[in-house]
Ligand binder design. Structure first.
Ligand SMILES: [Fe+2]
Length: 443
């Protein structure tokens, strides 16, 4: 569900059609380097095949826009409603998520035909609606843009995992030319934040998801936020000090998980003859100590923070610190538009006058906050109300965006969320310190 708590942006039909074409064609650009075979593989239950993403985002426009507003509507294919529904119970039955990889038909080409059909019908529809109806349907179309962009990021995260299991270790794209090594990010510094009674949540300008609202007050004790992300070099120290073997550093669930699944390093790391290598969208390379560590779970992030004698920030601390640092409206960073497809080393200074480096982009930053509704949150009625609200259980919030995130999805109030054991998302770690002392014990 989209909500613009200020005035709904004015979209005329021509602007809407242009924006539609732009968002849709970018998905095809991202899929272009991938063969039909690449696009069919599902390498684990959390990963969806590329062609499924391409079809599902199309299904979204067909289901939530065309079905309600197109004269004489009929689905492109009845079976596609079943195959490409992700999780919307109100829309009807759907195919099993962990088995999306067996959908060999429709093929990648057929999905392209489906996309073309819905694109043509969407263009015709937008051009034919009267002003009042267009205004009414525009928020859903705009939600469809943001939904498709979220899947653009997932498409990249998912194909990274698919390619990682191929023994040939193929690259999604060639590695960009770099100067001799990444710059040294320098020592980790700290940014002090006063705290007090602060406001968090979307502030009313432009698009937001419903989970960023309502804006509300939060009390924060004084705290400090690290001025850069934790690096691979930092992580190697943690590993060398027995980080994955010391139970006292771990949450109980995390300790059980790392032992059950034998986690001894970040998700895409492998050790060959004593040297650590990292799988990336550019192929497999020796671990670069200057780059941010990425593809670690919440459990690992929390254990690292314990080892460092620090903690993870709450989502309110993250949002308030970034706004206080002048980065509320000024969003710059290593996001998907840079086409690095991987985190880069922190520059010596933040953007402009900013003190917090890498606030946006590079890696989604785990927080210590459970993904919960803000006070006064109510999901919308109907199927579209299933977009965010029903996932507010057993997930942790991440902030800031990563190198695969479309720029429109990085803002101070944006809340991403994954289960604490998830590692295939491009997630990293920023430390916090200070605030309320932790006391108490449990039996
Ligand atoms: Fe979706």
């Amino acid at each position: 569900m989209t909500t613009t708590s200020g005035a709904t942006p004015v979209w005329d039909a021509e602007t809407l059609v242009d924006r539609y074409a732009e968002v849709r064609s970018h998905t095809e650009t991202l899929a272009a380097p991938l063969s039909p075979e690449d696009q069919t593989v599902q390498s684990m239950p959390d990963v969806s095949p590329t062609k499924w993403h391409r079809a599902h985002v199309t299904w979204f426009f067909e289901t939530f826009v065309l079905a309600d507003h197109e004269q004489g509507f009929a689905p492109f294919q009845d079976t596609y409603w079943f195959l490409f529904n992700s999780y919307y119970e109100a829309v009807g039955p759907r195919f099993s998520r962990p088995q999306r990889g067996v959908i060999s038909r429709p093929g990648a080409h057929d999905v392209g035909v489906y996309r073309g059909n819905v694109d043509e019908r969407m263009r015709d529809l937008i051009g034919s609606l009267d002003g009042g109806t267009l205004e009414k349907v525009t928020p859903t179309i705009e939600l469809g843009f943001h939904h498709e962009q979220q899947h653009q990021e997932l498409l990249l995260m998912d194909i990274k995992h698919v390619l990682s299991l191929n023994p040939l270790q193929p690259a999604y794209v060639d590695r960009p030319a770099r100067a001799a090594g990444d710059p040294d990010p320098g020592p980790l510094g700290w940014v002090d934040v006063e705290g007090g009674l602060v406001e968090i949540g979307h502030d009313g300008d432009g698009f937001s998801f419903d989970n960023e609202l309502p804006r509300h007050q939060v009390w924060l004790e004084p705290y400090r936020l690290a001025d850069r992300l934790v690096t691979n070099g930092d992580w190697l120290e943690f590993m060398a000090d027995g980080g994955y073997r010391r139970h006292e550093l771990w949450l109980s669930d995390g300790w059980a998980r790392i032992n059950a699944e034998d986690w001894r390093a970040p998700f895409y790391w492998t050790e060959v003859d004593g040297v650590w290598f990292e799988h990336t969208l550019h192929g497999t390379w020796p671990v670069d100590p200057s780059l941010p560590v990425t593809h670690v779970s919440h459990y690992e992030a929390d254990a690292f923070a314990s080892w460092a004698g620090k903690r993870l920030p709450t989502e309110a601390e993250w949002e308030h610190a970034v706004r206080s640092d002048g980065q509320g409206d000024d969003v710059t960073g290593n996001l998907a538009n840079t086409e690095t497809f991987h985190p880069t080393a922190a520059s010596a200074t933040g953007a402009g006058d900013a003190r917090i480096r890498q606030a946006y982009g590079d890696c989604w930053e785990w927080t210590s906050s459970s993904y919960l509704p803000y006070p006064g949150f109510h999901p919308a009625a109907g199927a579209i109300g299933e977009y965010n609200g029903k996932f507010m259980s057993n997930q942790m919030v991440l902030r800031g965006g990563c190198a695969l995130t479309p720029p429109g999805h990085a803002r101070a109030s944006y809340r991403n969320f994954f289960p604490p054991g998830a590692r295939w998302a491009m997630s990293g770690v920023r430390l916090a310190d200070g605030g309320a002392p932790t006391t108490g014990a449990s039996a």
